[in-house]
Design a binder for this molecule. Structure first.
Ligand SMILES: NC(=O)c1ccc[n+]([C@@H]2O[C@H](COP(=O)([O-])OP(=O)(O)OC[C@H]3O[C@@H](n4cnc5c(N)ncnc54)[C@H](OP(=O)(O)O)[C@@H]3O)[C@@H](O)[C@H]2O)c1
Length: 286
């Protein structure tokens, strides 16, 4: 490969959305919507190809309007190549009808709404619309989320690639065929950041209870959770091996793990917690 070709290939791989065809409509530019928007722009999506429908546009969104991004356009709408639905599930009945003029033949609708099934989404969009239901998580805000996506039967290979490219803007992407798995995904990775933040909170409180000043305990807990997360991210080793690597037989870590992994400990509690979240996700689905 010539030097020019290598530079061109690098440019394309860091800007995978530079050749995005047609228009992308984003419904709802709150925390998740804005995170995706930032990711798309960073990956080369031309703001002039983006339409955002959002009742209270942020300053950042208004600033993007100066670069050609269209916010709450009036007048006749043309069919979009992708519609991304990022409103709260409870806002969906009021919000989704606005999308009708953008949903044409060949449009892909990608929803990140928790608990809104492919069946419910289908009922709000023209029959036969290609749909992807996706469940991201909050590290999306720093491009380090993980999203699990599930397509309906109308999604083509090209649309699946398009959805992957758009979701990769906020982190990693996994696909599942069985929509029922989304409840367990919601319980594990969707709600998971809250479990990790609780771990940091609880470690800090436990540190205070064994005599550390509160500010030091909080900092130690925060950096330990963040650093261990980063080590896990960068390492090729499984979590269990990384755990074993810091555990000497009869040592301090082993004493703590005897409690955490013993009867009624962390493992059992987390299994119960994730089962409860899975059940709740099933109850809320509609
Ligand atoms: N945050 C998470 O961890 C997470 C994880 C997985 C999935 N999700 C899903 O992601 C979606 C967005 O969550 P979020 O945390 O980003 O919520 P959010 O910050 O409340 O964002 C939703 C946005 O939609 C706007 N909106 C409300 N009604 C609208 C309408 N009729 N038309 C267009 N926009 C409208 C809201 O505006 P106003 O503020 O003016 O109402 C808000 O800016 C939800 O469906 C949630 O289930 C979130």
């Amino acid at each position: 490969m010539t030097a020019e070709k290598i530079v061109a290939a690098r440019k394309t791989s860091s800007r995978p959305l530079a050749k995005f065809p047609g228009t992308l409509v984003l419904l709802g530019a709150g925390k998740m919507g804005q995170a995706m928007l930032n990711g798309w722009l960073a990956r080369g999506l031309d703001p002039r190809k983006i339409v955002v429908i959002e009742p209270q546009p942020s300053k950042a969104l208004k600033a993007l309007a100066h670069r050609g991004l269209s916010v709450n356009p009036k007048g006749k709408a043309a069919s979009a190549s992708v519609i991304v639905i990022a409103v709260k599930p409870q806002s969906a009945p009021a919000a989704l009808p606005v999308l009708a003029p953008y949903a044409g033949k060949g449009t892909l609708a990608l929803s990140i709404m928790a608990g809104r099934t492919l069946g419910t989404l289908q009922a709000s969009l023209p029959a036969g619309t290609a749909l992807v239901r996706a469940m991201p998580n909050t590290p999306a805000a720093i491009g380090r989320g993980i999203t699990v996506a599930c397509p309906n039967a109308a999604v083509t290979a090209r649309q699946r690639k398009q959805a992957t490219d758009l979701l990769t803007a906020i982190g990693s992407v996994e696909w599942v065929k069985d929509e029922h798995l989304i409840d367990a995904v919601t319980a594990l990775s969707g709600s998971g950041p809250a479990y990790v933040f609780l771990l940091a909170e609880t470690m800090a409180r436990a540190g205070i209870s064994v005599g550390l000043p509160p500010a030091l305990a909080t900092r130690l807990a925060r950096e330990t959770v963040a650093g261990s997360g980063e080590l896990l991210h960068q390492s090729r080793l499984d979590a269990a091996i990384l755990r074993q690597n810091v555990t000497s037989p009869g040592g301090t870590t082993a004493a703590a793990l005897d409690v955490l992994m013993g009867p009624g400990g962390f493992e059992i509690l987390l299994a119960k917690a994730i089962a409860a979240a899975t059940r709740r996700s099933r109850e809320l689905a509609g």
